[in-house]
Write a protein that binds this ligand. Structure first.
Ligand SMILES: *Cc1c(COP(=O)(O)O)cnc(C)c1O
Length: 410
């Protein structure tokens, strides 16, 4: 028997806010009713805002992020097309595998797990492509397996610098709505997202943002596509309908989650993710463990992968957290299995939830055999959260503060 709440600290699915859960409790509804577009058209235009889109279209496919990967490829590319992709984590590796399965010729760049996408190597390959055979560059904005964020703007600048005409595809599944994303300003042609990460809904929808250039490519691309055809989706979507039955309760949930994002303000949402992530990173340092992301500039604000001391199997930490503390942490994936565990800090989260995650992680790590000082990580994060509040920083009687805090505050 497990009592109390379940502590979900994985990077997706993320915690679904009460308001979103309630919004999904609707009776079945006719998705061809005259008033249905009142729900959908607003969602489409608000999602464009979250993507930072100018012209172009947003499409929602029943499915998940993986389905949206497939929709992106099959609608805009043809078998035999050359594409450049970097493999530096579980998700970039899976997308590359899918591209190969779908008949693309994948020009693969191997990068260390923990590194961001290698912009210089992408630029080099594009520069060497005199005949313009490369049709697209695929980048994973936030590698959820390693907790690494890549610089999409820099990739676009590198493409522009060699006057290359390839499309830029971005996996924004674990960044959209949590980390700044600027589809238009960064020159992204196709961005992929899902409902269950920064958008705080259950899984069930793959989301695509498609530029005008990618829409044009879809008119001549020859890959087979049926269920995921843009053409059908756009023909119905213009009027706010779907070519088949959409998950209607999920759309109501998405409406509520978008309202929450705008009520808080996107900038404030990004700042909150940054603040919480920094607290987690400081905790990891206080524990004397290693962050998988190799330098500050690429450490993700939505998930932190923690490489633990090699004497300890990281799977034990996750199992103990699950069995004894009703808490879920993310597993190490691929080569990081057993070597790392992940703390998701994405979506509907606050300081209290983060501190709970860190406190429970300390318990589970200690029980798995790691030497950690209880409270060290929690205190490091608390100190950071306190410093982020100007009122607290200026609070008078410094003497009342613990010594460590005093030093940090001065
Ligand atoms: C979760 C995730 C996916 C896969 O999404 P599903 O919804 O599980 O299909 C793809 N890419 C990244 C970066 C992810 O974090």
């Amino acid at each position: 028997m497990k009592t109390g709440i379940h502590h979900l600290y994985i990077p997706g699915p993320t915690n679904v806010p009460e308001a979103v859960r309630r919004a999904m409790m609707v009776p079945a509804q006719d998705h061809r009713a005259p008033d249905f577009p009142e729900l959908t058209l607003g969602i489409f235009s608000d999602l464009k805002r979250v993507f930072g889109m100018g012209a172009g279209e947003v499409m929602l496919f029943p499915g998940s992020g993986t389905g949206a990967w497939e929709a992106a490829i099959t609608n805009t590319l043809s078998p035999g097309d050359r594409v450049v992709m970097a493999r530096h984590g579980h998700f970039s590796a899976l997308w590359a595998k899918m591209a190969e399965r779908l008949g693309l010729v994948v020009d693969l760049i191997e990068a260390p797990w923990g590194a961001p996408c290698p912009v210089h190597e992408i630029a080099r390959r594009l520069g060497a492509d005199r005949k313009g055979e490369i049709k697209a560059v695929f980048v994973t904005h936030n590698e959820t397996a390693t907790g690494v964020t890549s610089d999409i703007r820099a990739v676009r600048q590198a493409m522009d610098a060699c006057f290359h005409d390839a499309l830029l595809f971005v996996d924004a599944v674990s960044s959209l709505g949590s980390i700044p994303f600027q589809m238009e300003a960064w020159g992204v042609d196709l961005a992929v997202a899902g409902s269950q990460k920064g958008l705080m809904c259950p899984a069930g929808m793959g989301i695509l943002a498609v530029s005008e250039k990618a829409l044009l490519a879809a008119k001549t691309a020859r890959s087979h596509r049926a269920y995921f055809a843009f053409e059908d989706m756009l023909a119905m979507g213009r009027d706010g309908y779907f070519p088949y039955t959409p998950p209607v309760p999920l759309l109501h949930g998405l409406r509520a989650s978008l309202d929450r994002l705008f009520d808080e303000g996107l900038e404030a949402v990004f700042a909150r993710h940054r603040r919480l992530a920094e607290g987690v990173r400081l905790a990891v340092r206080a524990w004397g463990q290693e962050i998988v992301a190799e330098h500050r500039g690429c450490q993700s604000d939505t998930v932190t992968a923690i490489r633990v001391h090699p004497d300890v199997d990281a799977r034990q930490i996750i199992r103990i957290a699950h069995e004894r503390y009703n808490a879920a942490f993310g597993a190490g994936l691929g080569p990081l299995a057993g070597r790392a565990f992940r703390i998701g800090h994405i979506g509907d989260l606050n300081e209290g939830m983060c501190l709970t995650a860190l406190g429970l992680a300390e318990l589970a790590m200690a029980e798995a055999g790691l030497r950690v000082e209880f409270g060290a990580g929690v205190a490091a994060a608390q100190m950071h959260f306190a410093m982020q509040r100007p009122a607290l920083r200026m609070a008078e009687p410094k003497k009342a503060m613990p010594a460590a805090f005093r030093i940090a505050a001065e």
